[in-house]
Design a protein. Structure first.
Length: 227
């Protein structure tokens, strides 16, 4: 843990929070992750060893609670951890407004779809199970194909074929899909220009965009480029 040796409460807070990945772990817990592999799915470039180390530290600082549920370990935020929600959201708002330019290295299908899967409008899905396959032709081969398995209660992301019939296929330029998710572009626009195409029965093709809620930061106004 970094030590600033200052009386300032900001410095004392940052002694707990400024380790690399710590705030992103809190972000995942705030989003709904509660298991080790779920937290890592939202931070796939973080090693398992480092995640385990950070979680131990957060438990020690009493920001995260760790308990066993049968054979699984469950992580949840304590009241102190939950108080970080407006701080994390404010960082996201600031980042959207001032630091939202995405380089190619920032475009990761797994991170994007992991965010998407927490923001499905389950109330308007077709009855039963719906499987959506995402194809990102320009991504690295191991990141090109993903499956989203949807029911009225759950959304599961798979990086291997789950073995179910596919109902909708979305073939997308990754940058265009990220732009739609962040509210910078619209579905009609990207569909019209061919940056994204949706395959499947007409009723499902037309309904698909409405199943995905936008990022919670989609409505944040951007700073004009000239500034």
């Amino acid at each position: 843990m970094s030590e600033y040796s200052q009386f300032c409460p900001i410095a004392k807070a940052m002694e707990l929070l400024d380790e690399r990945w710590t705030i992103l772990i809190v972000r995942e817990l705030l989003s709904g992750s509660s298991h080790f592999n779920e937290i890592r799915s939202g931070n796939p470039k973080m090693s398992s060893a480092l995640l385990a180390k950070r979680l131990r530290a957060l438990v020690r600082y009493e920001l995260v609670d760790r308990h066993e549920d049968g054979n699984r370990v469950v992580y949840s935020l304590t009241p102190a951890g939950l108080e970080l929600r407006p701080i994390v959201e404010s960082i996201g708002i600031w980042g959207t407004r001032w630091a939202a330019d995405l380089g190619d290295q920032d475009l990761d299908p797994q991170v994007l779809l992991w965010d998407v899967h927490y923001n499905i409008d389950h109330g308007i899905l077709p009855p039963g199970r719906t499987v959506v396959q995402f194809v990102f032709p320009k991504a690295e081969p191991h990141l090109r194909n993903w499956w989203l398995v949807l029911t009225a209660d759950e959304a599961d992301i798979c990086d291997a074929d789950p073995g179910h019939d596919v109902d909708v296929t979305v073939t997308a330029d990754l940058r265009a899909f990220a732009a739609v998710w962040m509210g910078d572009r619209t579905w009609p626009n990207v569909l019209r220009e061919g940056a994204i195409s949706i395959g499947g029965p007409e009723t499902l093709r037309r309904a698909f965009p409405s199943w995905l809620k936008l990022s919670m930061f989609a409505g944040v106004p951007r700073v004009p480029a000239e500034l």
